[in-house]
Design a protein around this ligand. Structure first.
Ligand SMILES: [Zn+2]
Length: 128
Protein backbone atom coordinates (compact mmCIF):
# COMPACT_ATOMS: atom_id res chain seq x y z
CA UNK A 1 0.00 0.00 0.00
CA UNK A 2 1.28 3.46 -0.87
CA UNK A 3 1.01 6.00 1.90
CA UNK A 4 2.78 8.75 3.75
CA UNK A 5 4.55 6.53 6.26
CA UNK A 6 1.96 7.19 8.94
CA UNK A 7 1.15 3.49 8.89
CA UNK A 8 -0.21 1.34 11.64
CA UNK A 9 3.21 -0.31 11.92
CA UNK A 10 4.67 3.08 12.71
CA UNK A 11 2.13 3.64 15.45
CA UNK A 12 2.68 0.17 16.87
CA UNK A 13 6.41 0.66 17.14
CA UNK A 14 5.96 4.09 18.68
CA UNK A 15 3.39 2.63 21.05
CA UNK A 16 5.51 -0.31 22.16
CA UNK A 17 8.51 1.96 22.77
CA UNK A 18 6.39 4.09 25.07
CA UNK A 19 4.82 1.09 26.76
CA UNK A 20 8.26 -0.30 27.45
CA UNK A 21 8.62 2.71 29.68
CA UNK A 22 5.45 1.59 31.43
CA UNK A 23 3.44 4.53 30.19
CA UNK A 24 0.80 4.53 27.46
CA UNK A 25 1.11 7.04 24.68
CA UNK A 26 -2.64 7.30 24.54
CA UNK A 27 -4.01 8.36 27.84
CA UNK A 28 -7.50 9.14 26.62
CA UNK A 29 -8.12 6.48 23.93
CA UNK A 30 -7.60 2.75 23.74
CA UNK A 31 -5.44 1.12 21.12
CA UNK A 32 -8.38 -0.33 19.17
CA UNK A 33 -9.90 3.10 18.77
CA UNK A 34 -6.63 4.64 17.60
CA UNK A 35 -6.08 1.74 15.20
CA UNK A 36 -9.54 2.36 13.75
CA UNK A 37 -8.69 6.01 13.27
CA UNK A 38 -5.40 5.15 11.57
CA UNK A 39 -7.13 2.80 9.14
CA UNK A 40 -9.71 5.49 8.51
CA UNK A 41 -6.97 8.04 7.85
CA UNK A 42 -5.23 5.69 5.42
CA UNK A 43 -8.48 5.09 3.54
CA UNK A 44 -9.35 8.76 3.60
CA UNK A 45 -5.96 9.68 2.20
CA UNK A 46 -6.38 7.26 -0.70
CA UNK A 47 -9.93 8.47 -1.29
CA UNK A 48 -8.83 12.13 -1.36
CA UNK A 49 -6.06 11.32 -3.85
CA UNK A 50 -8.51 9.34 -5.98
CA UNK A 51 -11.00 12.23 -5.99
CA UNK A 52 -8.24 14.71 -6.72
CA UNK A 53 -7.25 12.64 -9.75
CA UNK A 54 -10.86 12.65 -10.96
CA UNK A 55 -11.21 16.41 -10.32
CA UNK A 56 -8.01 17.01 -12.30
CA UNK A 57 -9.35 14.96 -15.21
CA UNK A 58 -12.60 16.92 -15.15
CA UNK A 59 -10.70 20.19 -14.96
CA UNK A 60 -8.56 19.22 -17.97
CA UNK A 61 -11.66 18.20 -19.90
CA UNK A 62 -13.32 21.49 -19.03
CA UNK A 63 -10.24 23.50 -20.04
CA UNK A 64 -9.99 21.56 -23.30
CA UNK A 65 -13.67 22.20 -24.01
CA UNK A 66 -13.19 25.93 -23.48
CA UNK A 67 -10.15 26.07 -25.71
CA UNK A 68 -11.32 23.79 -28.51
CA UNK A 69 -15.06 24.49 -28.56
CA UNK A 70 -16.09 27.61 -26.71
CA UNK A 71 -13.36 29.99 -27.93
CA UNK A 72 -13.85 29.03 -31.61
CA UNK A 73 -17.64 29.44 -31.15
CA UNK A 74 -17.14 32.92 -29.68
CA UNK A 75 -14.74 33.85 -32.50
CA UNK A 76 -17.26 32.61 -35.05
CA UNK A 77 -19.94 34.74 -33.37
CA UNK A 78 -17.70 37.83 -33.79
CA UNK A 79 -17.41 36.86 -37.46
CA UNK A 80 -21.22 36.81 -37.80
CA UNK A 81 -21.44 40.21 -36.10
CA UNK A 82 -18.97 41.54 -38.71
CA UNK A 83 -20.90 40.22 -41.70
CA UNK A 84 -24.30 41.07 -40.30
CA UNK A 85 -25.66 37.57 -39.74
CA UNK A 86 -25.38 37.56 -35.96
CA UNK A 87 -28.54 36.33 -34.23
CA UNK A 88 -29.78 34.48 -37.32
CA UNK A 89 -29.94 30.68 -37.12
CA UNK A 90 -27.27 29.12 -39.35
CA UNK A 91 -29.63 26.29 -40.28
CA UNK A 92 -33.22 27.57 -40.58
CA UNK A 93 -32.25 31.27 -41.00
CA UNK A 94 -34.90 32.35 -38.51
CA UNK A 95 -33.97 34.83 -35.78
CA UNK A 96 -32.49 33.08 -32.73
CA UNK A 97 -34.70 33.95 -29.71
CA UNK A 98 -33.27 36.74 -27.57
CA UNK A 99 -33.45 34.61 -24.41
CA UNK A 100 -31.11 32.09 -26.04
CA UNK A 101 -28.66 34.79 -27.12
CA UNK A 102 -28.76 36.28 -23.65
CA UNK A 103 -27.88 32.91 -22.17
CA UNK A 104 -25.50 31.82 -24.95
CA UNK A 105 -24.34 34.86 -26.92
CA UNK A 106 -22.11 32.61 -29.05
CA UNK A 107 -25.06 30.46 -30.24
CA UNK A 108 -25.05 29.91 -34.02
CA UNK A 109 -28.39 28.15 -34.13
CA UNK A 110 -31.81 28.16 -32.49
CA UNK A 111 -32.32 25.43 -29.89
CA UNK A 112 -34.20 23.09 -32.27
CA UNK A 113 -31.60 23.32 -35.04
CA UNK A 114 -28.71 23.00 -32.57
CA UNK A 115 -30.25 19.85 -31.10
CA UNK A 116 -30.66 18.47 -34.61
CA UNK A 117 -27.03 19.38 -35.48
CA UNK A 118 -25.80 17.74 -32.25
CA UNK A 119 -27.83 14.60 -33.04
CA UNK A 120 -26.30 14.37 -36.52
CA UNK A 121 -22.78 14.96 -35.16
CA UNK A 122 -23.25 12.36 -32.41
CA UNK A 123 -24.55 9.85 -34.98
CA UNK A 124 -21.51 10.53 -37.19
CA UNK A 125 -19.17 10.17 -34.22
CA UNK A 126 -20.77 6.82 -33.37
CA UNK A 127 -20.23 5.55 -36.94
CA UNK A 128 -16.63 6.71 -37.36
ZN1 LIG B 1 -32.93 27.18 -36.53
Amino acid sequence: MVHCGCSWEFFVSALSEKQGGGESMYASHDEGFIRGRVLHLENKRLEVLRRLRRDTDMLEEHARYKLQVLIPEIDAAFGRVRDGTYGVCASCEEPIPRARLERRPEAARCVECQEEADRVRTAHAAVS
